[in-house]
Ligand binder design. Structure first.
Ligand SMILES: [Zn+2]
Length: 230
């Protein structure tokens, strides 16, 4: 009589490595296997040589691994370095908002077309409830904070440079070059809405380019591109 199918499978597993996993943490991550924001469990395992399914001899530790709660795929802990889709959109929104504020702070908020394009840009980035008043009061708060006014010769202060680096640097490695260039171009178009770049606006946009890991030449080229009517 032929052995039943189940029996032959069991035979193959007489001897093997059995890993028992224990969870040491959890959270949300972007799963590269099933492609989306998922819950994960961070787990370490104990490997044992198992005979007939009974774990016997210790064979060291496994992991730590990150296990997707949806598809149960295992990844190295570096899978947690990638932002979730939700976190990524928030970073992108904040980046555009900060760039818009920095350009406004350097060029002033007196021009209506500048204020309008700034609001439009920030809304398009996902902050739907952004208004001119909101942007203007943030600039005023910033000016009060740094003890400078937007009408000063060099209104753009160190505080703003730090803000730009904090908002853009963590985002840059996760953006394709076109995405990084697009953020710079959006800032450049706000700056150009009331005429050619001022020295302060150039400085801000150069800082934006550097924080986005764009080359100096690329930044200059993009600033010129933005200047051509489209
Ligand atoms: Zn998954």
């Amino acid at each position: 009589m032929l052995p039943a199918r189940g029996m032959s499978v069991r035979k193959m597993r007489v001897c093997g490595i059995h890993t028992s996993w224990s969870t040491i943490g959890d959270g949300e991550f972007f799963c590269p296997a099933c492609g989306g924001d998922r819950n994960y469990r961070r787990r370490t395992g104990r490997r044992r040589l198992a005979v007939l399914g009974v774990p016997l001899l210790p064979r060291g530790l496994a992991g730590p691994v990150v296990e997707c709660a949806a598809c149960h795929s295992h990844f190295g802990t570096d899978a947690l370095d990638h932002p979730t889709t939700g976190r990524f959109s928030a970073m992108l929104r904040d980046a555009v908002h900060t760039v818009a504020l920095a350009v406004l702070a350097s060029g002033g908020t007196s021009s209506r077309s500048v204020r309008e394009i700034a609001v439009h840009t920030v809304r398009a980035a996902g902050l739907d409830d952004c208004t001119e008043d909101q942007l203007t009061s943030l600039i005023e708060a910033l000016a009060a904070d740094t003890g400078r006014y937007v009408t000063d010769a060099a209104p753009y202060g160190a505080a703003l440079a730090i803000e730009l680096h904090e908002a853009l640097e963590p985002l840059a490695p996760h953006l394709a070059p076109a995405g990084r260039e697009s953020i710079l171009l959006q800032g450049a178009r706000i700056a150009l809405a009331d005429g050619p770049y001022t020295q302060a606006e150039r400085e801000v946009l150069t800082t934006v380019g550097a924080a986005l890991q764009l080359g100096e030449d690329d930044t200059i080229r993009l600033m010129e591109t933005a200047r051509t009517p489209f």
